[in-house]
Design a protein around this ligand. Structure first.
Ligand SMILES: [Mg+2]
Length: 245
């Protein structure tokens, strides 16, 4: 079944970016070795695990509670915080075939945007995990903007449009603003598609507002959703997505 669209929103965590959560002990280990305090490693790893118990997954901590990584795990140490951001980037992966599909969609004339649920950042916007990842991997040529609860971040000049500030995917308020903004540019919700892994944030609230939705299970399958299609690889998107003229 082909979907004809003009706009395509990609979720970030576990979609564009594969977190490799099992490597967190390595990240923490690297930081405290580099700081010359290897005796702290075990304690820090335990604290990080306690945060995970509190919030369920490392992704949930990173998307909604990054400030607690700094305060609780890293004891507000600015050097450790800076290293955490840098090391984390080194250990993040990219899904198979991602660049290929982005190239393809862009060549079709389909507009691409990152739609992330980043509620808190370490340091100023522009040096956050999503911006840093996209810049480091050369993905800025496909994605000029990140839409997230911090606002709409322009990756070329780092300006921030506050329209989206405080809006979230889960509540759907972020999609409400997106619908409005796309409409002003002549794009109806059904001419847009949202792609992501998580039913409660990427799929169901977007679907309820008329977007087409595709659940990506290439990294993790989070179960049943209202998605119009489910893909296990980015490659499959080539047969599904067509440019709406
Ligand atoms: Mg995700």
């Amino acid at each position: 079944m082909a979907m004809e669209v003009k706009w395509c929103g990609f979720d970030f965590g576990q979609c564009i970016m594969e977190p490799g959560g099992l490597r967190n002990p390595l990240v923490i280990g690297d930081i405290y070795k580099e700081l010359g305090k290897p005796e702290l490693i075990n304690d820090k790893i335990k604290k990080y695990r306690r945060l995970k118990e509190k919030y369920g997954t490392f992704s949930a901590i990173k998307e909604g509670h990054r400030d607690e990584i700094v305060s609780f795990v890293l004891d507000n140490d600015p050097e450790a915080t800076k290293l955490f951001g840098a090391k984390e980037q080194e250990y993040l992966d990219m899904g198979d075939g991602l660049v290929d599909i982005l190239k393809y969609l862009q060549s079709q004339g389909i507009e691409l945007q990152v739609v992330a649920e980043m509620k808190k950042t370490l340091g100023p916007v522009g040096t956050d995990i999503v911006s840093s990842y996209l810049k480091r991997r050369g993905l800025v040529k496909y994605f000029k903007e990140i839409v997230c609860p911090q606002g709409k971040i322009n990756l070329e000049n780092l300006s921030i449009d506050p329209k989206y500030k405080g809006k979230t995917k889960e509540e759907g308020t972020l999609y409400d603003v997106l619908v409005q903004e796309l409409k002003e540019r002549g794009i109806a919700p059904h001419e847009g598609v949202m792609i992501g892994d998580k039913p409660a944030t990427d799929i169901n609230p977007a679907h309820a507002r008329g977007f087409k939705t595709i659940q990506y299970t290439g990294f993790i399958d989070l179960g049943k959703s209202d998605a119009d299609a489910v893909v296990n690889s980015f490659e499959e998107l080539k047969t599904i997505l067509k440019k709406k003229e």
